[in-house]
Design a protein around this ligand. Structure first.
Ligand SMILES: Cc1ncc(COP(=O)(O)O)c(C=O)c1O
Length: 338
């Protein structure tokens, strides 16, 4: 029987999860690692899931429609790419504000899908994510000014972001591992993916351990580290310190389902990316590398012998070629503990 699709949006989700058997052997890992390859989504990242859910849930509630609504978002990249693609596929106007420091590839993709890139004054943008939700709202209010039917997609606190992963990504991991997953590793940008997946997995089996990847603060505050402009973690940030949840934690983040926070250095991130390319022929982006590094460290632990560690890999390395993510840097990477 034929299988003719009618929209690119029908191809979102059902991404493959792959066990990294050659990597396990090469590093003599005690645990097993399976990576969920989210770059198989049609616009290239896990953000496709939430972009589609946010649009379609609002459509079902009767809040938006292509003939009258303008979608509005301020985003560092992958969300913008996903929203731009699906806005085009569904016939919506989409206004986007872009954060400083976005990879050239991602901003050019947004341009390709013909989203309307809006200039937001520098004083509103500077440090907006660090300042927290109020500053973010000011940016969105600015972008919605003079728009009659603007619908801010609000990735940071829109529950439909979490729902996308609770309804789909979590169940896919559970089903594709036959319920055998023991540990889940993911990072936090908006918190949507990790929160939705963890909630679903813990509801199936509360013994599943959830480990959150956090960029080492040293590597983030030393932006000139070995020529890396912004610490290079792209998409994830620290949400927990010794005093608990930090002001950078977005509205969608909830630590109810978190068992452990694990710091990862940029050296470990690069090493993980290059090992995956070398042994598995898979080239992922920096947030994926960071979570993979955490998964590798988990898989080296005696307590995780024969355990299955599932790790979310949000996008692929082609989105960061302009930043030389592919380049092996032996002096830096030998500092990694694996
Ligand atoms: C490449 C990348 N990885 C990870 C994340 C974090 O995912 P989430 O927003 O679901 O927490 C993002 C976005 O925020 C991202 O663009």
């Amino acid at each position: 029987m034929g299988k003719l699709y009618h929209s690119i949006t029908e191809l979102v989700g059902n991404t493959p999860i792959v066990e990294f058997e050659r990597l396990e052997k090469a590093l003599h890992l005690k645990g097993r690692i399976a990576g969920k390859l989210e770059y198989f989504n049609p616009a290239g990242s896990h953000k496709d899931r939430m972009a589609l859910e946010i649009i379609e849930a609002a459509e079902k509630r009767g809040e938006i429609s292509p003939d009258k609504t303008t979608l509005v978002e301020f985003t560092s990249g992958n969300t913008g790419v996903a929203l731009a693609s699906f806005a085009a596929a569904k016939g919506y106007r989409f206004k986007i504000g872009i954060q400083n420091g976005v990879s050239v590839e991602r901003s050019k993709l947004i341009e390709a899908y013909q989203a309307e890139i809006t200039d937001v004054p520098k004083e509103l943008i500077d440090g907006v994510f660090e300042k927290g939700m109020e500053a973010f709202k000011d940016v969105i209010d600015y972008m919605c000014k003079n728009e009659e039917n603007a619908y801010p997609t609000r990735q940071l606190d829109n529950p439909d972001n979490v729902n996308a992963h609770y309804k789909h990504t979590g169940p896919e991991i559970w089903n594709d591992t036959d319920g055998k997953v023991d540990v889940f590793v993911g990072g936090v940008g908006t918190g949507g993916s990790t929160h939705g997946i963890s909630k679903f997995l813990k509801e199936q089996n509360k013994e599943i351990k959830v480990v959150i990847t956090q960029p080492d603060p040293e590597d983030v505050v030393n932006p000139k580290l070995d020529g890396v402009e912004d610490g290079g973690f792209h998409g994830i940030h620290q949400v927990h310190d010794e005093n608990g949840i930090t002001p950078m934690a977005p509205g969608n983040f909830n630590d109810e389902y978190v068992d452990q926070y694990e710091f990862v250095t940029y050296a470990e991130t690069l090493r993980a990316i290059h090992l995956l390319a070398e042994y598995e022929g898979i080239f992922v982006g920096a947030s994926s590398g960071a979570s993979l590094a955490v998964a590798i460290k988990q898989a080296l632990l005696e307590e995780n012998t024969d355990k299955l560690i599932a790790v979310l890999l949000p996008d692929n390395g082609e989105r960061y070629l302009s930043e030389d993510l592919q380049k092996v840097r032996p002096e830096l990477e030998e500092k990694a503990g694996f």
